[in-house]
Design a protein. Structure first.
Length: 366
């Protein structure tokens, strides 16, 4: 899918950057892991860089690799099933508020924000790190060669594509055409992948490829969040936070501004957005419940603040996908700072703008 898109966008440097961002958007619908999406894209981009004869230290190579990491992180916001931290946050919303956010409701609220930020990301990368090459000679032929070397689509790949499309259909139509939630649909999809004849893998095939460390991280993180809720620690912390900033009578927009800023800054000390969501979303919900101002929509504002938890743009260690792109050697910590700091500031400002306009119109911000 990535190579097909990249081979059709053209060989100008600006078009290749657009292609990388667009592929990040497309894959977000089908691959519910940012690390996995970046792991798919990095070898392809490295292949393009090498085919074009670019060396480490090339600005254009750095721009392409930066686009891979940042675009995939960005579309974690736009699509509910694109990242584990979203599902962790929704789990706490269900646990505390007894409400759910459907795939389509999330998409309608978040996708416009992610789309606008995708355009801003492209403009920022091109202007902050101007590519030294305007057009890649022989680029289209190199991409087509890479695509040809993959061979025709296999039967198992076709099965995977069909099951992925069915998953996407049931995610989109959640609460509209059927009563099944995202988790139930996803588990059913995995079951289909392992059924004899219908599927294309067995449990024995899958086990060696499962990152049990990640599973343990999710388990520990969710346990931490649950402990904060059940012990009352989340409420205690929330009451102190509200009293410290005098938030009891603040308007919804000011509350979002303070909490979004706090989450953005604290993310600098976390290497996992899932861990951050597990620790902070229970506290965020408790803080919002403590604010007495009329018009506070706890569910809607929690969803918006979850978007800021995906802001892992500044340091390579802020997210696993950043580390994967950084490990190629084509980007440096300085490159992350150069693009990540302004992009984070703009992302924060856009959160406030959307809260005052679009999300206010949708009823998520009073």
């Amino acid at each position: 899918m990535a190579l097909v898109v990249m081979s059709h966008v053209g060989v100008k440097s600006s078009r290749l950057v657009i292609g990388v961002i667009f592929v990040g958007f497309i894959l977000s619908f089908f691959v519910p892991s940012t690390t996995a999406r970046v792991s798919c894209m990095v070898p392809i981009v490295v292949g393009i860089i090498r085919a074009f004869g670019l060396e480490k230290g090339s600005t254009f190579a750095a721009v392409l690799m930066m686009a891979v990491a940042q675009a995939d992180s960005l579309w974690n916001i736009g699509i509910k099933t694109a990242a584990a931290q979203n599902m962790v946050a929704i789990g706490f919303i269900q646990q505390v508020l007894g409400k759910d956010i459907s795939w389509l409701e999330w998409f309608i609220a978040a996708a416009p924000y992610a789309a606008v930020m995708s355009v801003i990301l492209y403009q920022l990368l091109i202007h902050v790190m101007p590519p030294e090459i305007k057009e890649m000679p022989g680029g289209k032929e190199a991409l087509q060669k890479m695509l040809k070397e993959m061979g025709p689509v296999s039967v198992n790949e076709k099965k995977l594509l069909i099951i992925s499309c069915l998953l996407l259909f049931f995610w989109v139509t959640e609460k509209k055409l059927h009563p099944f939630d995202t988790t139930t649909v996803t588990i059913t999809g995995i079951m289909l992948m392992m059924l004899p004849r219908i599927g294309f893998m067995s449990w024995k095939d899958a086990v060696p490829h499962i990152n049990w460390g990640t599973v343990a991280l999710f388990g520990v993180g969710i346990s931490l969040g649950t402990a904060l809720l059940k012990s009352g620690a989340a409420i205690w912390l929330a009451n102190h936070f509200v009293a410290l900033f005098g938030m009891e009578t603040m308007t919804p927009l000011v509350v979002i501004a303070i909490l979004a800023f706090f989450l953005t800054v604290i993310h600098l000390g976390f290497a996992s957005a899932t861990g951050l969501a597990s620790a902070m979303i229970p506290i965020v919900i408790a803080v919002l419940q403590s604010v007495k101002t009329p018009g506070i929509d706890v569910l809607g504002m929690t969803m918006i603040l979850q978007y800021t938890i995906c802001f892992g743009y500044i340091l390579p260690v802020n997210a696993p996908q950043n580390m994967i792109a950084y490990s190629t050697g084509y980007i440096t910590s300085k490159d992350f700072l150069k693009t990540g700091i302004p992009f984070t500031i703009i992302s924060y400002c856009m959160i406030l703008l959307f809260s005052a306009t679009y999300w206010h119109w949708l009823g998520y911000v009073g």
